[in-house]
Design a protein around this ligand. Structure first.
Ligand SMILES: [Zn+2]
Length: 86
């Protein structure tokens, strides 16, 4: 069984750039992006997410990024302030 075709193997890093950068890969937005919950998501990462499954080596990292993306919304909408306590 070969992995690698369907799983995007990008360099997922946690770089924080000035300005708008993709919440998943941390790259500045150069290519087409979408804005999700006031965060930038690049096409590459959207593609990754659309194909990802739990066998992808990036799965954990991407899921952690998505949690970071969703957390402020949950806090605001559901008043789940205790999420901040981790
Ligand atoms: Zn990205």
């Amino acid at each position: 069984m070969q992995l690698g075709g369907s799983c995007a193997r990008g360099n997922i890093g946690a770089k924080q750039e000035n300005g708008r950068s993709c919440i998943i890969c941390g790259r500045p937005s150069q290519s087409p992006v979408i804005t999700v919950l006031d965060q930038i998501l690049c096409l590459k990462c959207m593609e990754t997410i659309s194909k990802i499954d739990s066998t992808c080596e990036n799965y954990t990292t991407v899921m952690e990024r998505l949690k970071i993306l969703l957390k402020p919304v949950l806090v605001r909408e559901l008043k789940m302030n205790d999420l901040d306590k981790g």
